[in-house]
Ligand binder design. Structure first.
Ligand code: SAH
Ligand code: SF4
Length: 344
């Protein structure tokens, strides 16, 4: 029988597991405390548990934090982590310091099946989904490497894969991140980025998770979006934005719209004006991402004045629009540059 990864379970589920082994439920809380507060993942080192319980537990469960196969620092202070799982699959996570923020970008799938034309992960295709434990394992694996006193402040689901296409594992990992008995993050410090899966956005609306949502929009007309993002043929722009309008945003929270700027493809002044009109009536902010190049991409980044002009058009219409000058470009860790191919 294969062992249960305790990182797949909520603290309350660990309580039920120990109860099924004949121990009182509070032992489960002690285990969660070792894993998430003390960073101890070896059952034998959980010294306040009776030895019989540790032994019984070891026959059923383990705590699997994936191995860091490689860690590459960038000139700008960010770091790319390559994690390798037991079956040999690899994903990347990127740690990005920025002022008093320390953000970790996690992956949810090995590869991605959505095939967005500008994205290197998309070019890989989908290998498999990650489990809840494999998503949380990236967080624990990175936290272990932080110097004493340093803490992660933000988590973004913007690594490899489409989080909402791996819905169960993603939601499971969000529950662990926000559970006070586990990692205890404020949901406001967590952002899930999606290609725009309308049905899953609707489902997420009913979960009461209160995490931030980022929508990868990237085009202002269906013809262009169909070409850039095949998912648009299933969920067109109007339908996607209707779902965004219905999404119950917590008080003072705004939805982020990501917009990759591709030279002469979606970066005209007319595009900027259309984008502003499309988002009318949505509490939105726009994150402009100048395209990050990769070999064979077939797109290029607009010149800086064109990027700034696009932003200016939005600002003039009263829309918050920031430009994400990418981190980790030199180490292939910027948005859309994550793939196994660049690791080898
Ligand atoms: N699958 C999710 C999350 C991962 S991608 C999604 O698509 O939203 C995180 C962001 O990087 C997305 O907005 C994605 O469209 C963008 N991106 C992908 N390739 C890029 C590239 N080459 N340059 C800049 N941004 C890119
Ligand atoms: Fe997948 Fe997101 Fe890349 Fe599109 S942009 S291929 S959804 S990871």
């Amino acid at each position: 029988m294969s062992l249960t990864n305790l990182l797949d379970l909520l603290p309350v589920e660990i309580e039920s597991l120990v109860e099924s082994l004949g121990a009182p439920r509070y032992r489960g809380r002690q285990i969660a405390d070792w894993i998430y507060r003390k960073g101890v993942t070896d059952l034998d080192r959980m010294t306040n548990l009776p030895r019989e319980l540790r032994e019984a537990l070891a026959e059923r469960a383990s705590v699997d934090v994936p191995a860091v196969e490689r860690r590459t620092p960038s000139q700008d202070g960010s770091q790319k982590f390559v994690f390798r799982f037991a079956d040999g699959a690899r994903v990347q996570s990127v740690l990005m310091p920025d002022g008093d923020r320390l953000t970790l970008c996690v992956s949810t799938q090995v590869g991605c099946g959505f095939g967005c034309a500008f994205c290197l992960t998309g070019a890989m295709g989908l290998d498999r989904n990650l489990t809840t434990g494999e998503i949380i394992g990236q967080v624990l694996g990175v936290v272990r490497t932080l110097p004493a006193g340093q803490r992660l402040t933000h988590i973004v689901y913007m690594g490899m894969g489409e989080p909402l296409a791996n819905y169960r594992a993603t939601v499971g990992s969000l529950r662990l991140l926000t559970d006070p008995q586990a990692l205890g993050f404020s949901p406001r410090r967590i952002t899930v980025s999606t290609v725009g899966l309308v049905s899953a956005i609707e489902r997420l609306a009913h979960q009461d998770l209160r995490v931030n949502l980022a929508i990868s929009l990237h085009a202002t007309d269906n013809e262009t979006r169909n070409r850039l993002m095949p998912v648009n043929k299933g969920f067109a722009i109007e339908e996607l934005l209707a779902a965004c309008r219905r999404f119950p945003l917590p008080f003072r929270q705004r939805m982020t719209f990501e917009y990759v700027l591709l030279d002469r493809v979606n970066d005209s002044p007319e595009d900027a004006r259309r984008l502003a009109r499309l988002l009318e009536g949505i509490r939105a902010k726009i994150n402009l991402i100048p395209f990050n190049d990769w070999p064979g991409a077939g797109f290029s980044r607009p010149p800086v004045p064109r990027i700034l002009a696009f932003q200016q058009t939005l600002l003039e219409r009263g829309i918050t629009a920031t430009v994400r000058w990418s981190k980790g470009e030199d180490i292939g860790a910027a948005c859309g540059q994550l793939s196994e191919a660049v690791v080898a």
